[in-house]
Design a protein around this ligand. Structure first.
Ligand code: EPZ
Length: 414
């Protein structure tokens, strides 16, 4: 599937954000912790969530979906994650901790690295071993077994997935667990809150130190998936690209302060608790020097959006240092160059020289990179074709239709 985008159409009006992919995936992984019904509201209708539901159903969970509400209940009939689903998404790794907590065994095909980097799981596995779990690894799968016990464990890096897996492994474990240097992304905090709503005993919610006392069982809950901060940032970037005037609703500006702070010096911004209005008159010359880092600093998932904004900025230089994923700069720099961008990439560092862009045919390589290319095409002079937007559909619900609803000119070619 491709997008044909005619650039230069000013975006205007109001657009709503939906539930966050990376929150929904973590919460769905945690549903393995109980047979009771868990109801997820504001659950996004995107490919990665659909594949996670297929995986859980294939392992025995009962799933009912009605628009943005998902009900999931029942127990697993197997602890072996079917290869055809588990390898489709990284999110499948998020059943590791919950399955071990409840069933004390799991066979998980490794989702493997993807376009953005190797994405090892050593932090997850060392933590599970510290909890007394035996881990047997082959090049493409994991076999883990044992009854997780409370432990103290310091994460060598504030890994989002490792924090989520260790949290799920500990909530039913005998004894107390103290995890330090935990991730504090909003999606991780939402998982902590849902686990407490299910009856877990967790102290330190939202901080880098989590203290969990295991309980005998967890019960069902009704929980709202938090708004997708990356989608909100994408809509902001699209507004900048077209010198638009857009109000983004059903979002949490407090969850994307690092991105908003980059825009604030250059544009008119009105922030509400669950909405933000951005009015753009002209492109700034530069966005300064930005380094990606764990929350609340500048998120790696917004890096491709920034690269596009910098590429069509007005004559200045922006530098981007990508510290999280080793292969997340090069591809978009090459694709944006087809639009006339001047971006020098060396190792984890990109120097972007702002200039006008022209339409071109470019290739989406991964989810966030694809979104960055769409933003660049909205700004470019003339017509662009963004190839293989299936990558984008993994994490965005109807991105083209949503942008068209506020004035973009995009044709979807199946
Ligand atoms: C989550 O991935 C997100 N995915 C990613 O979003 C996001 O980019 C990332 O967090 C960082 O914010 C989901 O939540 C499903 P990490 P995750 O563990 O958990 C290294 C998207 O497009 N690391 O915080 O895999 C790792 O290689 C995706 O929505 C280890 O070395 O990220 C990376 O360099 C892309 N060993 C860094 O840590 C480990 O055991 C951050 O990884 C785990 C991670």
């Amino acid at each position: 599937m491709d997008y044909i985008i005619d650039g230069g159409k000013r975006l205007g009006g109001e657009i709503s954000v939906y539930g966050a992919k990376n929150c929904a995936l973590a919460l769905l992984g945690a549903t393995v912790l109980t047979n009771d019904t868990v109801v997820l509201q504001n659950c996004p209708q995107i490919e990665d969530v659909n594949n996670m539901l297929r995986l859980l159903k294939a392992m025995g969970k009962k799933v009912q979906r009605k628009s943005d509400t998902v009900q999931i209940f029942g127990g697993l009939c197997t602890t072996s994650a079917p290869w055809q689903y588990a390898t489709l998404i990284r999110g499948s790794a998020l059943i590791l901790g919950s399955t071990l907590a409840r069933y004390h065994s799991i066979d998980l095909p490794l989702p493997g690295g993807c376009a953005i980097g190797a994405r090892p799981m050593d932090i997850h596995l060392l933590g599970l071993e510290a909890m007394g779990v035996t881990v047997e690894e082959t090049p493409d799968s994991l076999h883990c077994f044992g009854i997780p016990k409370g432990t103290n464990y310091n994460l060598r890096f504030a890994s989002v997935g490792a924090t989520e897996n260790l949290l799920c492994a500990s909530v039913l474990a005998k004894g107390e667990s103290v995890f330090t240097n935990c991730a504090t992304e909003p999606e991780v905090v939402a998982l902590e809150q849902m686990l407490v709503a299910m009856g877990a005993d967790i102290q330190g919610i939202g901080t880098t130190t989590l203290v969990i006392n295991g309980v005998d069982r967890l019960h069902g809950a009704v929980f709202n998936v938090i708004p997708d901060r990356i989608v909100a940032a994408t809509y902001l970037a699209a507004t900048v690209a077209t010198c638009g005037d857009v109000t983004i609703t059903n979002c949490r500006p407090a969850h994307l302060t690092a991105f908003i702070d980059l825009l604030r010096p250059h544009f008119a911004i009105i922030e509400y608790e669950d909405a933000i209005r951005l009015t753009v008159e002209k492109q700034p010359s530069s966005y300064g020097n930005v380094t990606t880092a764990p929350y609340p600093l500048f998120p790696t998932d917004m890096q491709s959006l920034l690269m596009s904004l910098a590429a069509f900025s007005n004559g200045g230089q922006t530098t981007i240092c990508e510290k999280l994923f080793e292969n997340r700069l090069q591809h978009n720099a090459q694709e944006l160059a087809k639009m006339g961008a001047h971006i020098d990439v060396k190792d984890d560092f990109a120097k972007v020289y702002g200039r006008g862009l022209h339409g071109a045919t470019v290739q989406a390589h991964d989810l966030r990179g694809g979104a960055g290319l769409v933003v660049a095409a909205l700004n470019a002079e003339g017509r662009s074709r963004v190839r293989d937007v299936e990558h984008v559909n993994r994490g965005y619900s109807n991105l083209a239709q949503n942008l068209v609803s506020i004035g973009a000119k995009i044709t979807v070619i199946d």
